[in-house]
Ligand binder design. Structure first.
Ligand code: SAM
Length: 248
């Protein structure tokens, strides 16, 4: 595997904490005891905060937009296969959480069509501005709803989504428990939460360790959420497609 992408990703993973909206006050509802955040050694790409023994990674800054939109991405990551695997239908209401420049927002917007909706959630306004400009250019802005979330709350309406997609995002959530809880609430009964993460089990995947996740780790972290693990769709060259479903 070429090493260049690793270096480029490392360069792009800039700390952006200072430019992010301040964390909302702690949620009124308590976290269960297992959902413990611990402080530990801060490694180069991490924030020194640990969840289920995993150090949370730094957030990608808006300077990474070019990398997200790189032309070779489709071949490297087979994003076409990922889109197919989602099995979206015209008219679906979906969310792209951590949407970045909107790489998946517009591709999903094309599939759900004018009767569908794509909620594009970001914590960086600059990404949302760029994303909406891209959606105008692609002529799908009519069905895309930009949402400025916080690090704890995607601000999606309860029970509104058939599917919520996070591509290369979950490992960098500062508050994974609160975000997961809120996203599950935003699903319709029977709706799907889909996490796409670089495979942590595979040393050949040329991505820094904190930006990869194993299936076992993701499943541990979701074992305390009211969703059922459905399957890992194993069709991509570098990433897991981990599907959780809310009970109907
Ligand atoms: C590596 S980028 C991936 C962008 C996009 N999903 C893609 O694959 O092209 C991760 C994005 O997640 C966003 N992010 C991080 N924490 C977030 C949160 N709590 N809520 C919403 N977005 C978040 C970051 O701002 C960043 O734009």
């Amino acid at each position: 595997m070429p090493k260049a992408p690793v270096f480029r990703l490392a360069v792009l993973l800039l700390t952006v904490a200072s430019s992010l909206p301040a964390a909302t006050p702690p949620a009124a509802e308590a976290r269960p005891a297992e959902a413990l955040y611990e402080t530990g050694r801060r490694t180069r790409d991490g924030i020194g905060k640990y969840y289920f023994g995993r150090e949370i990674s730094q957030v990608m800054g808006h300077q990474g937009a070019g990398w997200l939109e790189r032309p070779e991405r489709e071949l490297e990551e087979r994003t076409d296969l990922l889109l197919d695997a989602l099995k979206l239908r015209a008219g679906d209401a979906v969310a792209d959480v951590g949407a970045g420049s909107g790489y998946f927002t517009w591709r999903m917007a094309k599939v759900v069509g004018p009767q569908g909706t794509v909620h594009a959630v970001e914590i960086q306004q600059i990404f949302l501005d760029l994303l909406m400009a891209n959606m105008q250019r692609r002529r799908v802005a009519d069905r895309v709803r930009p949402i400025l979330g916080t690090v704890q709350d995607p601000k999606l309406p309860d029970g509104s989504c058939d599917l919520i997609l996070l591509v290369d995002v979950y490992h960098e959530l500062d508050f994974p428990f609160e975000m997961a809880r809120s996203m599950v609430r935003a699903l319709k009964p029977g709706g799907r939460l889909v996490l796409v993460e670089y495979r942590g089990e595979d040393p050949e995947v040329p991505i820094k360790p904190l930006h990869k996740m194993t299936e076992a780790q993701v499943r541990r972290e979701f074992s305390i959420q009211p969703v059922r693990f459905e399957r890992n769709i194993d069709v991509l060259p570098r990433q897991h497609i981990l599907v959780f479903r809310k009970e109907p």
